[in-house]
Design a protein around this ligand. Structure first.
Ligand SMILES: C[S@@+](CC[C@H](N)C(=O)[O-])C[C@H]1O[C@@H](n2cnc3c(N)ncnc32)[C@H](O)[C@@H]1O
Length: 284
């Protein structure tokens, strides 16, 4: 067996063991609870800007962006801009690697791929810092509520012409808001790409952790994901490309990470062949 293949199989088996190990899963949740009380997710920066994520999810984002190769990332919730810069840096690297593979040089600022961020309140100092960042040329921002119809329409308009879109939802974490974001933006996700819904972990945490927030157990991104998946299955939704939309949690990611704020939140759209055969199957 080829050595790369053997290593892949070993990792696959490791992850399968983690999936079956309830004790390590319990310890991971307990650890997340303990560090959430310390606001651990606020401790990190991506290329200089504060990012409100845990490092494991940042690594998962790197793996996914490299694997999916989106040319547009749409993300709600900008805050200090760290997650926008993470997306922009990965997209710029994809452009750089494409050019390197073709033996071409890539002029600085001549990158093609883009990230579009939406936030209800882009604070002046954050906007200034993002605009001053060397990767700002890959970034567009819209200020407004992500579920406001005029904002949704602007995002859909801006998404036209891209071949592969990945969506990240990380703004207001109430059930009602996230379900509206899923209705608005999940249809933009391209076949084989992902809609990543952050902070689904709220469902697994005690309510006192969010006493000063409008979200809690029973009212959070995970309950919104469950409801949206139910709607997809029972009512059906069309994607923006005119194909039936199929999404399912890619649990291999949470089994690999163990530490994540997005259990059930890495939603993968079936590739076009899967979508087509499912839609033909559902008509039969
Ligand atoms: C958790 S932070 C985003 C963190 C960021 N994605 C990161 O990883 O660094 C949530 C952000 O959502 C924004 N937000 C809250 N309600 C919103 C809404 N209705 N529409 C868009 N953004 C909203 C807040 O202003 C805040 O900046």
């Amino acid at each position: 067996m080829n050595l790369d293949r053997a290593f892949e199989e070993e990792v696959h088996n490791n992850i399968a063991r983690q999936q079956q190990d309830e004790a390590i899963q319990r310890k991971s949740i307990d650890w997340m609870l303990a560090v959430s009380r310390l606001r651990y997710a606020y401790n990190f920066r991506w290329l200089g800007r504060p990012i409100i994520q845990v490092p494991q999810d940042m690594v998962a984002m790197q793996e996914l962006i490299w694997q999916v190769r989106p040319d547009l990332i749409v993300e709600t919730g900008i805050a200090h801009g760290g997650s926008l810069i993470l997306s922009a840096s990965m997209l710029a690297l994809l452009d750089y690697c494409d050019a390197a593979k073709e033996g071409k040089s890539l002029e600085p600022r001549a990158t093609r791929r883009r990230v579009l961020g939406i936030d209800i309140d882009i604070r002046k100092h954050n906007r200034t810092a993002i605009a001053a960042h060397p990767l700002s040329h890959c970034i567009d921002m819209i200020e407004g509520s992500s579920i406001e119809p005029s904002v949704v329409a602007r995002v859909h308009e801006a998404s036209k012409g891209y071949e592969c879109i990945l969506v990240i939802l990380d703004s207001n974490h109430t059930h009602e808001h996230v379900i509206a974001e899923l209705e608005a933006y999940a249809p933009l996700v391209s076949p084989g790409s992902y809609c990543i819904v952050f902070d689904t972990l709220i469902e697994d945490m005690p309510d006192d952790l969010f006493a000063d927030r409008p979200w809690r157990k029973g009212d959070n991104p995970k309950t919104a994901v469950w409801e949206y998946l139910r709607r997809l299955k029972q009512e059906g939704r069309m994607a923006a490309d005119g194909m039936p939309l199929t999404l399912a949690p890619d649990r291999s990611i949470e089994h690999k990470l163990l530490i994540t704020v997005a259990p059930d939140g890495y939603l993968r759209r079936g590739d076009s062949a899967t979508s087509l055969s499912k839609s033909i199957g559902s008509q039969a």
